[in-house]
Design a protein around this ligand. Structure first.
Ligand code: PAJ
Length: 274
């Protein structure tokens, strides 16, 4: 595996089918599963490792975000990654520049709680697509709204990349793997799986019979209350339609239940497709 920090050092016009896995490091099995899938499907696998400053708010964890390039490089090498692209901030952002704003799917949820977050994500991912020029780019459904934002950007801007969305990798008890799980205390770690339990319970309820709008409202509220009672500060627990990432009370089109909650100092997000 080659570690590359300069855009100019990346191979050009390799003529093979390139797979890109964009990441911010702190690799866990969720990241590694994306790399393994890319490895199985593509000739050349490029993983980007870049803690992107533009997607962090001023009071967020950019400075303390887990960074261990050597450890990440060893893990990536083990799963057969060809190139680890780990640029410095100045390589990606040599000056304040053009930004990408994705409408509709960016506005609510993570977009509302973290102003500017999705513009930062869309801008860096658009740049990575143009820098690496992959045939396929792999993303995890763990960050469902991010998947919707990137898919919409690719469609709207006619970017010649296929976006491949991969299932969420979980701990045995249901907690979605996340680089931020390292922030959880032991007690918080025990509580963590309750988010996925509530998402699953709510999904079962929605599938068990045709519910009225009021009954769906009530089911969402109950899940929220259960999480709050356990000690979470719930940001949202919602039913959304995938086309717009806006709330819905109908399950006749593709939808998902999405949740975000603060546990101590850590913000956890999760979702389940219906
Ligand atoms: P990061 O949080 O490092 O995640 C990199 C990729 O791993 C994303 O596609 C994310 O959805 C996926 N991922 C994280 N946890 C996962 C899990 N438990 N199961 C499956 N996939 C998982 O997401 C980002 O970085 C950044 O926003 C990025 C897209 C790299 C732009 O900076």
């Amino acid at each position: 595996m080659k570690i590359v920090t300069r855009i100019s050092e990346l191979p050009h016009d390799v003529g093979t089918s390139v797979g890109l896995v964009p990441t911010m490091g702190g690799f866990h099995d969720g990241h590694l599963q994306l790399m393994k899938t890319a490895r199985a499907e593509r000739d050349l696998v490029v993983v980007s490792l870049f803690v992107n400053p533009t997607q962090f708010g001023p009071s967020e964890d950019f400075e303390r975000y887990p960074r261990d390039r050597d450890k990440d490089a060893a893990l990536a090498k083990k799963v057969g990654v060809d190139i680890l692209f780990a640029p410095e901030v100045g390589e990606i952002y040599p000056r304040p520049g053009t930004t990408v704003h994705v409408p509709v799917v960016s506005t609510h949820w993570e977009g509302a709680s973290r102003p500017g977050h999705f513009a930062g994500v869309a801008t860096v991912v658009c740049k990575l697509f143009n820098i690496v020029r992959p045939e396929v780019a792999y993303f995890g459904l763990k960050d469902l709204q991010q998947c919707l934002v990137i898919s919409r950007m690719v469609e709207d801007l006619n970017i010649p990349v296929r976006v491949s969305l991969q299932p969420t990798v979980r701990e045995a008890d249901g907690l979605a793997l996340s680089s931020r799980n390292v922030y959880l205390t032991e007690e918080e770690r025990q509580l963590g799986p309750l988010i996925f339990q509530q998402l699953t319970a709510c999904k079962q309820l929605l599938h068990s019979s045709i519910l009225t709008h009021d009954q769906i409202d009530e089911a969402l509220k109950q899940s929220k209350v259960k999480l709050e009672d356990a000690g979470f500060r719930v940001d949202y627990f919602e039913l959304i339609e995938l086309a717009t990432a806006h709330s819905t009370r109908s399950t006749s089109m593709p939808t998902a239940l999405i949740a975000a909650a603060q546990l101590g100092k850590t913000r956890l997000i999760d979702n389940i497709l219906l």
